[in-house]
Design a protein around this ligand. Structure first.
Ligand code: ASP
Ligand code: MG
Length: 418
């Protein structure tokens, strides 16, 4: 059994959906559990619906949702002119909610609305595949993946989900070769929809791979495989044919947009290899990520833009002791923000964080009870694994270094443009 995950870009047009079908067809006879993201930029569009709804702009929310609906219906009709009202229940689920008034927290509504992107895309692709005789079963993953109610960053109940997979997924594979389902979403024990964090489909795929003891997982993307830097930012980015789990978990941790950071653990724990392949060039083997150590990697570069540097200074020249540090960490947990880098000194702490304006403001305000707080915006966090002097010089030219940290393998520098 193999687990496949196709990202949103792989199904953003009729031709691309046909291409995905051809890839699936080329594995005929094999058991596949396939996870497909929301089409194209649907998740972003649904976020706008949730924002409008929560701001009390019901008409705007309904109008924006209507656009999404139209796009999906058009694609469905083009792929399978004989298709009936297979999307109606999914639309109604959201529209019914949009007619309400928001009385709960934003994150709850976000999840109830945003989750429909993957439900719609998978329903359409499943219907199309069946219509061209690639028989498959569509499953609503919310019946399988149980989570807590930490909306937008829900935590998976591992035991319950494992049991559901045994009861409801394994038997389906005796009758069918292909199961098509969603990533990124789940549900609570009260049947509320949840999401696992943006780009969470890779992670869901890894959960299935782990629990089904898959022989491999493949993430189909629009790039050749994993590169040593974001090719959109670095024209000379290099393709890497093989990586270890350790390297990839480090890359993801530092913010490389390759694979969702939680994806590696479920695979590593069962030594399941992860392939990153290109849906535009299925003949190419892509990158393989496994237990095998890989030597002589090129410098791996991760650039995190839109960062803020916060300085927490002791108010009265007393040392910043453990108790104060702990209190600050409690604030991070409460506000749900995590520093990307921190450095402690005698009378001050530095933290570099993603610039989420509301969270930063909240944090600055709460922390000002304990410290004199300074905030510097528009900084960039550069991480280089396997750094060399030459690459550091090249990437820091004409920039001011605000602070840096290094181990034998990893260098992190906080930079500001001159
Ligand atoms: N559709 C979701 C997103 O765009 C989840 C995913 O694609 O992994 O974040
Ligand atoms: Mg995606």
């Amino acid at each position: 059994m193999k687990v496949f995950k196709f990202g949103g870009a792989s199904i953003n047009s009729i031709e691309r959906i046909e291409n995905v079908a051809a890839i699936i067809q080329s594995f005929s006879g094999q058991k596949l559990l396939i996870i497909i993201s929301a089409m194209g930029k649907t998740t972003n569009a649904l976020e706008k619906v949730a924002e409008a709804f929560f701001a009390g702009n019901k008409e705007t929310a309904l109008q924006l949702f209507h656009e999404i609906k139209k796009e999906h219906l058009t694609i469905l009709a083009q792929l399978n002119p004989a298709a009936t009202n297979i999307l109606n229940d999914l639309f109604t689920e959201v529209e019914w909610l949009l007619h309400d008034k928001p009385v709960r927290q934003y994150d709850y509504y976000y999840d109830q609305i945003v989750c429909c992107g993957e439900l719609l895309s998978t329903a359409i692709v499943s219907n199309y595949l069946n219509s061209i005789d690639i028989k498959n079963n569509w499953i609503d993953v919310r019946d399988i993946v149980r989570t807590d109610d930490n909306f937008r960053e829900a935590v998976v109940d591992w035991n319950f989900t494992q049991q559901k997979i045994q009861e409801d997924i394994v038997p389906v594979f005796t009758a069918t070769s292909i199961i098509l389902t969603q990533g990124f979403i789940g549900a609570t024990d009260e049947n509320e929809s949840t999401t696992l964090g943006r780009e969470g489909s890779d992670y869901t795929a890894a959960i299935f791979a782990n629990m089904l003891d898959a022989e491999s997982q493949t993430i189909w993307k629009d790039v050749e495989g994993v590169m040593n830097a974001d090719p959109k930012l670095f024209a000379d980015a290099q393709f890497i044919a093989a990586l270890s789990y350790t390297e990839v978990i480090e890359m993801a941790y530092y913010g490389a947009q390759v694979i969702h950071p939680k994806t590696i653990k479920p695979l590593q724990n069962k030594s399941i290899p992860l392939h990153v392949r290109c849906f535009l060039n299925p003949a190419s083997p892509g990158t393989i990520i496994s237990n095998l150590p890989v030597h002589h990697l090129p410098p791996v570069i991760v650039l995190k833009t839109n960062q803020v540097l916060m300085q927490f200074n002791s108010k009265d020249f007393s040392f910043v002791e453990d108790m104060l540090v702990n209190k600050l960490h409690q604030l991070f947990v409460e506000i749900k923000i995590r520093p990307n880098l921190s450095q402690n000194g005698a009378i001050r702490l530095y933290c570099c964080l993603d610039n989420w304006p509301e969270k930063i403001e909240k944090l600055a305000l709460a922390a000002s009870e304990l410290f004199d707080v300074q905030v510097e915006k528009d900084v960039v966090l550069l991480t280089i694994r396997h750094y060399t002097e030459a690459i550091v010089a090249e990437l820091t030219v004409n920039k001011t270094e605000l602070l840096s940290q290094k181990t034998k393998e990893t260098l992190q520098i906080l930079l500001k443009n001159n």
